[in-house]
Design a protein around this ligand. Structure first.
Ligand SMILES: C[S@@+](CC[C@H](N)C(=O)[O-])C[C@H]1O[C@@H](n2cnc3c(N)ncnc32)[C@H](O)[C@@H]1O
Length: 277
């Protein structure tokens, strides 16, 4: 006998109990993804009978999710800063804490006429696309070493109609960029130490987006160095919760007007803003 949506949500929630603390919500998200419906529709139709083909698809997705494969890779989308972005296997899934970095950048950039920004490590494009949506006259150069990321970021720029404001370049930091007259460099680079044992849910994400070197902060330090060498006034970066002290010490060796570290919503040190002289 066919099950109702309600019965299916109950049945498959138990399968996901070990991989997420919101199993029921995740099963609902998978169901809505298959049906291409919204949550209001589901709650109105909770007691209706589900088609067998839909149930089979749901079972397949739930089994995949039960291996810790990320939900966002199954649904091909993620929310960031109130917007929906395309997500794809092989490119980092947006994290909510990166919204703080965007907020901090916006508050500086809104006071600069026709600001020019370079983003190192564009990934899915969330930072560059959001800044392009928030700042009217902005020009952005977005780089990444991962071609899959560049292609996805371009798709997200098109989705949000800001592709004219962003130039995408395959580049190792600034190696392929003509770094003239930029006001800001922004980056959420890989910053995990190479030998760090990743939690099971993160192991499906690309290592080039996660590992920053033997210590972890090597790429961050390179970005600080090249930003200063190229006379870019502002640098805003995300970092690991345990990297404040070494980066603070490193930044002391540069001519800066101000260095401010910030915390994420869980009160972990999460990033910094630098104004160079
Ligand atoms: C942590 S992900 C951030 C992605 C996206 N900006 C975000 O916040 O979700 C870091 C990105 O940096 C890219 N990357 C790693 N090393 C790089 C390098 N040397 N130069 C440019 N990009 C790099 C990775 O491919 C990855 O897309």
């Amino acid at each position: 006998m066919n099950n109702s949506y309600k019965q299916l949500v109950k049945k498959y929630s138990s399968v996901l109990r070990d991989v997420t603390h919101i199993p029921q919500k995740e099963v609902e998200i998978l169901l809505l993804h298959i049906l291409d419906k919204n949550v209001i529709w589901l709650h109105i139709n909770y007691n209706e009978i589900c088609d067998k083909k839909v149930e089979q698809k749901l079972e397949q997705f739930v089994k995949k999710r039960a291996t810790n494969y990320p939900l966002e890779y199954i649904t091909s989308k993620a929310s960031f800063y109130g917007e929906t972005f395309k997500v794809q296997d092989g490119v980092l899934i947006p994290r909510p804490e990166t919204e703080i970095l965007v907020e901090k950048a916006e508050s500086i950039l809104k006071n600069i006429d026709n600001p020019k920004v370079v983003e190192v490590g564009v990934g899915s494009g969330i930072i560059s696309v959001m800044l392009a949506l928030l700042i009217d006259d902005i020009e952005i150069v977005a780089v990444d070493i991962n071609e899959k990321a560049l292609a996805l970021a371009y798709q997200n720029a098109i989705k949000h109609k800001v592709e004219d404001k962003i130039t995408f370049i395959k580049s190792d930091i600034f190696s392929q960029v003509d770094v003239k007259n930029f006001d800001m460099c922004i980056s959420n680079p890989p910053y995990i130490a190479n030998d760090y044992k990743l939690p099971p849910n993160v192991k499906y994400e690309p290592s080039c987006a996660l590992f920053g070197g033997n210590v972890g902060d090597e790429l961050l330090k390179d970005i600080i160095r090249v930003t200063s060498n190229n006379n870019i006034k502002y640098l805003l970066c995300e970092m690991g919760y345990d990297q404040k002290k070494p980066l603070e010490d490193f930044l002391e060796t540069f001519d800066t007007l101000s260095v401010k570290f910030y915390k994420d919503l869980e009160a972990f040190d999460r990033g910094f803003e630098v104004e160079f002289k």
